[in-house]
Design a protein around this ligand. Structure first.
Ligand SMILES: Cc1cc2nc3c(=O)[nH]c(=O)nc-3n(C[C@H](O)[C@H](O)[C@H](O)COP(=O)(O)O)c2cc1C
Length: 483
């Protein structure tokens, strides 16, 4: 896992907690409109994949319990984890690519509304992703996947060799030789595991993405609407298909790559299709990156441009994340898949307690403020959601008071203590269980293991009805809190 060079350790810094009376007059606990609906507060739990669905992508009791627990803390909105819009098996990741998923999602929406006493809206994050393979053994890569061409034969001076001999030879040579013979892409496939890119237009299914995705996203959004979910968040962030279209690294030549106006074209077309399907009254927004945080990637200026274009198109909210790209991911072990939250860009996405002189908290504040400013200057009042290290009332309220964002997203702190917004509102901030930003949860996510928080396990483990992991060591749900 990438670590910042300075390696300074930071403890949580929640600042002063408000009294109940103070909280009642705060911006944080005031309502905000998202399109035609209203959130009861400017508090938001961003999408977090907990790997709790069935292998077929259906809602399970564990999924219901996970969201029910967040809802009991009454945030203004909880965003359901990245949910796949295609009929592609992807392990215990939720799916919405067919009507058979609607009943489970309806139960989920009902659960959140009931558990929050109607205080929490439930949105769902809709994701498309391209295929990625695990890192292969070198011998397996050369035997099974590697395609030999004339270029390789010339580089090897092996014009007359049989294919088997070339494959065997390449399996046995060292890295320096491979770097002479293989293309950059082939080296990447070997070292990281083969991964499709939106620029692989030589493949029909990649070339056709602009034709196919608007329909797939709008089908999915319509299912969410039918299930009683209050709104959708189009996933235009991190390492996935739509973010890759926005990326400065997208050099497709079919008018969906190259200059910014081309790169934002598909995200706008997807949005237009979704809007056309669900109507003007249904909240539709997106999550995208304030900065890709990779060499040659989008920066703040790009993000501000996209923010304005997305607002102009009529998005009901814009949620800003950072980084989380494959481009700088750590090399996985053989048999594992690359994880986009391991490099520097991954650190920027989920900054941990070991950090640089800037610290892990508030890295997304200035970038978000810059983008919000650009959107406001262009004449749009689209609400802007921020996330990244926020775990205290003072900083949350000052972000809102300073006009740096309109809604406060808090992922890992809400995971550590799903009641933290409610405790703050009731003047009981000193009872908040503070996230230590150790990224224990992210480690579980990386292994596609059911996500929990290590802080939960220290509390009331012996209470009889506590739901535990199969080894009995981890609580599956945060401890209860009685106000
Ligand atoms: C376990 C875990 C799963 C996550 N899954 C998603 C996801 O599905 N979609 C997404 O946009 N971000 C995802 N994130 C990123 C968070 O939404 C958030 O942007 C990030 O953790 C930074 O906010 P925080 O400092 O408040 O945790 C995930 C984060 C964690 C810890």
């Amino acid at each position: 896992m990438w670590k910042p060079p300075e390696r300074i350790k930071y403890a949580p810094r929640p600042g002063k907690w408000p009294s109940e009376a103070h909280a009642a007059t705060s911006l944080l606990f005031s309502p905000v409109d998202i399109g035609q609906i209203q959130l009861s507060a400017r508090t938001w739990v961003p999408a977090m994949v907990p790997w709790r669905s069935t292998e077929e992508g259906f809602v399970t009791d564990e999924v219901l319990a996970w969201y029910e627990r967040f809802a009991r803390g009454q945030p203004g909105c909880v965003v359901v984890e990245a949910t796949g819009i295609q009929e592609v098996p992807s392990g215990p990741l939720m799916r919405i690519g067919h009507d058979r998923f609607i009943p489970g999602l309806k139960e989920l929406a009902d659960t959140v509304h009931r558990a929050s006493a109607g205080q929490t809206k439930i949105f769902i994050q809709l994701i498309d992703f391209l295929s990625i393979r695990r890192r292969p053994e070198a011998s397996k890569y050369f035997q099974r996947f590697f395609k030999i061409n004339e270029g390789h034969r010339v580089a090897l001076c092996a014009e007359n060799w049989k294919e088997d001999k070339i494959r065997e030879h390449l399996s046995s040579v060292d890295d320096a030789v491979l770097e002479e013979i293989l293309t950059e892409r082939e080296l990447d496939d070997l070292r990281m595991g083969a991964r499709e890119r939106v620029t692989d237009v030589q493949f029909d299914h990649i070339r056709d993405l602009p034709n196919v995705l608007p329909g797939l996203f709008s089908d999915a959004a319509e299912r969410a609407q039918k299930a009683g979910i209050d709104g959708v968040e189009l996933h235009y962030a991190h390492a996935y298909t739509m973010a890759s279209f926005l990326s400065a690294k997208n050099d497709r030549e079919d008018s969906y790559g190259g200059p910014r106006e081309n790169r934002v074209r598909l995200p706008l077309e997807v949005f237009a299709a979704v809007r056309g399907r669900v109507g003007d009254d249904y909240p539709v927004g997106c999550r995208f990156l304030s900065d890709e945080c990779i060499e040659g990637g989008n920066d703040l200026e790009d993000a501000a441009y996209f923010g304005v274009e997305l607002a102009k198109a009529g998005m009901d909210f814009l949620s800003l994340s950072r980084g989380g790209k494959f481009d700088d991911a750590k090399q996985p072990n053989v048999g594992d898949a690359a994880y986009p939250y391991t490099g520097r860009s991954g650190y920027e996405c989920m900054p941990a307690y070991i950090s640089d002189e800037f610290g892990p908290f508030g890295r997304n504040i200035q970038p978000t403020a810059f983008i919000r400013h650009a959107v406001r200057n262009a004449g749009y009042d689209t609400p802007i959601v921020i996330a990244g290290g926020i775990h205290g009332f003072e900083v949350a309220e000052s972000i809102l008071q300073n006009g740096e964002a309109d809604i406060i997203g808090s992922a890992r702190q809400s995971l550590a203590d799903p009641d933290w917004f409610l405790k703050t509102k009731l003047g009981k901030g000193d009872e908040v269980r503070l996230c230590t930003y150790s990224n224990y949860c992210e480690g579980l996510d990386q292994k596609h293991k059911i996500v929990t928080c290590k802080l939960w396990d220290r509390v009331e483990m012996d209470t009889p009805n506590v739901r535990k992991s199969s080894d009995g060591k981890r609580r599956l749900i945060a401890p209860d809190w009685i106000p």
